[in-house]
Design a protein around this ligand. Structure first.
Ligand SMILES: Nc1ncnc2c1ncn2[C@@H]1O[C@H](COP(=O)(O)OP(=O)(O)OP(=O)(O)O)[C@@H](O)[C@H]1O
Length: 642
């Protein structure tokens, strides 16, 4: 099966003096290193926790969080081909681009409701044009990837959400299967390098070995390179590595070279690897510092210092040799110069091959599947609508029975306010939760240039907003059925629907601005509470100028509160033209003198408002939130990717 993967091109990876600097701490996080990793080789980065393995990988891929760290050095792909036809097209040496990289992050993130097949198809659809030729290549590539990673039997299984665990995830994928799917998703494109950050995390030893074996196999058969950051690999995993890069704390390089020669190298420096031991463990022990024992820590630091000096000498010797070889080899020199010229000339290749509308269509399809298939959550939301409408009617419904009275005004206002708050809270929480879950997948896809923030938000609006709004319609219908509210069902449903749309869009805006789902929840919840406090109508009466004492930023928040406009709108629909019986009229307060709904609206400071004016405000607010979401997606895309 893997034979189909084989192509005539070999892609070597070369990095020159790659280092990472932390400008805030004014120090290197990774000291400069250079290496030439040959096509088909798998290199393992070993080192204790915090030594900089992940940072080095992200620096190679070119996806360091630029706001906090800077990298320098050159990362290039050196292509050697046996096929003359291809030779004319591809420059022999060029900068590594993100499109060349399959980057496997520590977490496996997917859309949980999609099957393995759909997950791979979506990746393929986002990468390849839908014309016949592209589809043929894409399908062949997908088949090869599926075979190579042993995913054939899992194609129709839903990916599932690991965080749910236990019973809910019974049909979902196991940790090892998710890792293999991650590799498959990354391999769908025409990648030249596999970078994997702790690909064995969370796996048992046999699954861990299988995953590394698959990656090393793919690298060999595809003629590409693989670099794996490994925390504490077993001996059997070490045996799969062709090359090793050993990092000491503070990103100090200690060894880089063939895995088979590591023991010999350290033996020469007086550190013999004990026979029959795990070489990886021995190497990591060599560069680990015992933080609990001060005396031992001093010994460890001295050893690391000595090994670092030896590495620098070895590196200088190797570079001198290479320089001499280059100078002595006339043919080699000409080739290298030509190649360097290619590095500077080569332009970034765009991976966006689909039109805007097609990209949106693919994303809408995925979002639909994710939202509609989540029957457990949708069922719970429907149930919540039913239960809440029943509870609300039990609490407030009594005073609404029979002909409308002045006594019922407070209950009517409170009932409408809670209905708005309920729908707003439900949709905001759901949107922020989903946004957080999707974020890693979306960031990865956007980093690879599959689509931009606009397509993502537009697709979410098309796929999610109608479903959320339909829950509002159900809630409005039930509420109207159980209570004796005056507002027509259509107006109640439309207002609650608009509130849901507006809070969905608010969720998109908050989710786009915040870097993680947790941060979005931490910002979104208090923001909604402020909107609630500022938006709620005091049934004891309000003055038109009640706003005047508020500071400007609270006035702004009051204006931006969807809850305010929805409640005002519903109050207008409820009270406008309503005749109030004199029975049970309150003896005090602003409502004591009212005879009609119009007088109530006057007392509430809504005398000149209509139902439609609140709806128009909600629509305007939704438009602004949509714009903020799209802008935030573009502005924060790079900072959040790190
Ligand atoms: N964005 C960042 N800004 C500043 N410092 C960072 C950033 N990312 C990582 N570091 C620092 O770089 C160092 C190396 O971190 P890194 O995560 O690369 O180590 P690691 O070897 O991969 O660790 P582990 O094995 O635990 O995953 C740490 O000291 C860390 O605090």
């Amino acid at each position: 099966e893997l034979n189909e993967f084989r192509d005539s091109t070999s892609h070597n990876l070369r990095w020159k003096k790659v280092s990472v600097y932390n400008p805030r701490q004014k120090k290197n996080i990774i000291e400069p290193t250079s290496y030439n990793l040959l096509s088909g080789h798998t290199l393992g980065i070993l080192g204790p926790s915090g030594s900089g393995k992940s940072t080095f990988l992200t620096a190679l891929a070119g996806i360091l969080p630029s706001s906090t760290l800077t990298s320098s050095g050159d990362v290039t792909i050196y292509t050697s081909q046996n096929n003359d036809q291809n030779n004319a097209k591809t420059p022999p040496l060029r900068h590594l681009q993100l499109a060349d990289v399959a980057f496997l992050a520590q977490d496996d993130s997917f859309f949980s409701m999609l099957t393995v097949r759909e997950t791979l198809e979506t990746e393929e659809e986002l990468q390849f044009k839908r014309n016949k030729d592209y589809r043929k290549i894409a399908e062949k590539n997908r088949r090869n990837v599926i075979n190579a990673l042993g995913l054939n039997k899992l194609l129709n299984r839903r990916v599932g959400d690991r965080r749910l665990g236990g019973t809910t995830n019974q049909n979902g994928l196991s940790g090892g299967e998710r890792r293999r799917l991650s590799v498959a998703v990354e391999m769908i494109g025409d990648v030249k390098v596999i970078l994997a950050d702790e690909p064995t995390t969370g796996l048992d030893s046999s699954q861990a070995q299988k995953v590394v074996h698959k990656i090393a196999d793919i690298a060999k058969t595809k003629g590409i390179t693989a670099i794996l950051a490994l925390h504490a690999p077993r001996g059997s995993i070490y045996e799969l590595l062709d090359d090793v890069f050993l990092l000491a704390p503070n990103g100090i390089p200690i060894f880089i070279g063939p895995a088979a020669s590591a023991c010999q190298y350290f033996a020469r420096l007086g550190h013999k690897c004990p026979p029959n031991s795990n070489i990886a463990e021995f190497l990591i022990d060599l560069v680990s510092v015992d933080t609990e024992d001060e005396e031992q820590a001093t010994t460890d630091l001295a050893r690391i210092q000595e090994l670092a000096v030896a590495f620098r000498k070895e590196e200088a010797r190797r570079q001198g040799k290479e320089e001499a070889r280059r100078q002595g080899n006339e043919k080699g020199e000409t080739r290298e110069e030509g190649a360097e010229a290619c590095v500077t000339k080569h332009k970034h290749r765009s991976r966006r091959r689909l039109s805007f509308l097609k990209r949106v269509a693919v994303l809408v399809k995925r979002s639909f599947r994710q939202n509609f298939r989540d029957t457990a959550v949708n069922g719970l939301r429907l149930g919540a609508c039913g239960i809440l409408s029943f509870v609300f009617s039990a609490i407030f419904g009594e005073n609404l029975k029979g002909e409308p009275t002045a006594k019922s005004v407070a209950d009517r206002t409170a009932l409408l306010s809670y209905a708005v708050i309920n729908m707003a809270m439900m949709s905001l929480m759901k949107t922020l939760d989903l946004f957080g879950k999707e974020k890693p997948v979306v960031m990865r896809e956007r980093m690879r240039g599959h689509y931009g923030g606009t397509e993502y938000i537009v697709a979410k609006v098309i796929a999610e907003v109608p479903l959320d709004a339909s829950f509002s319609i159900v809630f409005a219908t039930l509420l109207k059925k159980y209570t004796n509210l005056n507002v027509p069902t259509t107006r109640l449903a439309a207002t609650l629907g608009m509130t849901t749309i507006c809070t969905d869009l608010l969720g998109f805006a908050v989710g786009s601005v915040c870097s993680t789902g947790d941060a979005a929840l931490a910002v979104g919840t208090p923001l909604m509470i402020i909107y609630m406090v500022l938006g709620i109508i005091n049934p004891a009466g309000a003055t038109k100028n009640g706003n005047d004492s508020l500071p400007w930023f609270l006035k702004l928040l009051k204006y931006a509160s969807p809850i305010r406009w929805a409640i005002e709108s519903l109050c207008c629909a409820e009270f406008r033209g309503l005749k109030l019986s004199r029975k049970g009229r309150p003896s005090m307060g602003a409502l004591a003198l009212v005879n009609s709904g119009d007088q109530v609206l006057e007392a509430l400071g809504l005398g000149d408002k209509e139902w439609i004016s609140g709806i128009k405000k909600l629509a305007k607010l939704g438009g602004i939130e949509l714009l903020i979401s799209i802008c935030a997606q573009h502005i924060f895309a790079t900072t959040h990717s790190g």
